[in-house]
Design a protein around this ligand. Structure first.
Ligand code: SF4
Length: 378
């Protein structure tokens, strides 16, 4: 098994040996989940309306006023265990004001503390908009769920509310590809995420080759989450999901790191093919299985109202607010929440810290994970 030793955020950038967003390391080393990751939602503006968007219903046409970045940094100062910082939206790069007043100071602060950073962007803005701050970033995370410009037009604009011509969509799609190539060539770590859906799974081999051709260093593969905009979308069966993974593993470019996140297969699975898949993914070179940060080591902060949530679990009301509570206090509140207790199982012999709540609800609604145990050992 590929295993990393004890590392801290200052050791080196995230790598195949040590992925600082993975809650596994701290859980194993300290015996408990700790708040090592904070995500800021810095904007609710976006120039796209992708059908799979996890926050599509929250996007707005006009933005409110952000909490001053000094206040955000003060709350980060209180998190001794912090290792990673994520910046998301909306499209964080859309507003130059957000870049100047929030993103740049946060990235500089993180760098000064040796904290690893990720920013989620659709990469469709002019290349110049990424200059001047991207050198302070560790991971530029993009979404890649398209085969071509026609796919992009349908996926990004069907829910837009007004007509966007195929030509205009194609220009944005081409810019995304050009930007990914240019930034990758300049040394930026671009990580492209694909959600396995009935639409993408038959084409995962080709989509992976596209990601490699863009120069992306990592390809993240996740299930489609049935929340928000994506609530009505069809999901793949577990059999289709497994087949798509096996196809990807066979057809992959071995130089590109593949990261499987929120994988819907576990070491306690009843089916031998699922357990074998788990074993194989932990043995292949340049492939990792990331345990889910959401609900384990990460909180999300909305910089407009200060509310703190566990990302993706929209049905859970805010756990607190940074205007009144420190993040460690809010995190302790989450650890005591019945939902956290329900899914915080742990099987160290198989390197598993339990399922993503949305995935478990979707595919394993009858399972009591706290009463299960791994049937394999790595
Ligand atoms: S019981 Fe939980 S930690 Fe153990 S293998 Fe199953 S999902 Fe993973």
């Amino acid at each position: 098994m590929k295993e990393a030793g004890s590392k801290t955020a200052g050791d080196k950038p995230g790598s195949i040996e040590w992925d600082p967003w993975d809650p596994w390391h701290i859980r194993k080393e300290t015996g408990q989940h700790q708040l090592t990751s904070v995500e800021f939602t810095v904007t609710q503006l976006c120039n796209l309306r992708c059908e799979h968007c996890a926050v599509g219903e929250m996007l707005v046409a006009e933005e409110g006023v952000s909490i001053p970045v000094e206040r955000l940094i003060h709350r980060l100062d209180e998190v001794d265990t912090l290792q990673t910082l994520s910046i998301t939206g909306g499209e964080p790069v859309l507003s130059p004001r957000v870049v100047k007043e929030t993103i740049r100071p946060l990235l500089r602060y993180a760098r000064s503390r040796g904290i690893r950073t990720q920013l989620n962007s659709n990469l469709t803005l002019p290349l110049s908009r990424y200059e001047g701050w991207v050198e302070d970033l560790d991971v530029l995370h993009i979404s890649y769920n398209y085969r071509d410009a026609a796919d992009f037009h349908r996926i990004a604009f069907e829910k837009y509310g007004r007509d966007v011509t195929p030509k205009a969509a194609e220009a944005l799609f081409d810019r995304m590809l050009d930007n990914a190539r240019a930034l990758s060539s300049a040394g930026v770590f671009v990580s492209a995420e694909t959600l396995l859906s009935p639409f993408t799974s038959p084409h995962i081999g080709q989509m992976h080759r596209d990601v490699a051709a863009m120069g992306c260093r990592r390809h993240e593969v996740h299930p489609l989450y049935p929340s928000d905009f994506a609530k009505g979308m069809n999901l793949v069966t577990l059999d289709t999901f497994r087949e798509a993974i096996l196809t990807l593993v066979e057809e992959r470019d071995p130089s590109v790191w593949i990261l499987f996140g929120t994988l819907p297969f576990y070491p306690c699975s009843d089916r031998i093919e699922d357990r074998e898949l788990w074993l194989r993914l932990h043995q292949e070179e340049n492939i990792t299985v990331r345990q889910d940060p959401d609900g384990r080591n990460r909180l999300n902060v909305n910089v407009f109202n200060g509310d703190v949530i566990v990302t993706d679990f929209g049905d859970v009301p805010p756990l607190g607010n940074i205007e009144t509570d420190s993040l460690p206090v809010i995190f302790d509140r989450w650890l005591g929440h019945p939902l956290a207790k329900k899914y915080h199982c742990f099987c160290p012999e198989a390197r598993c810290t339990g399922p993503n709540i949305l995935v478990a609800d979707t595919y394993y609604s009858g399972w009591n994970f706290r009463e299960r145990r791994a049937k394999i050992r790595l």
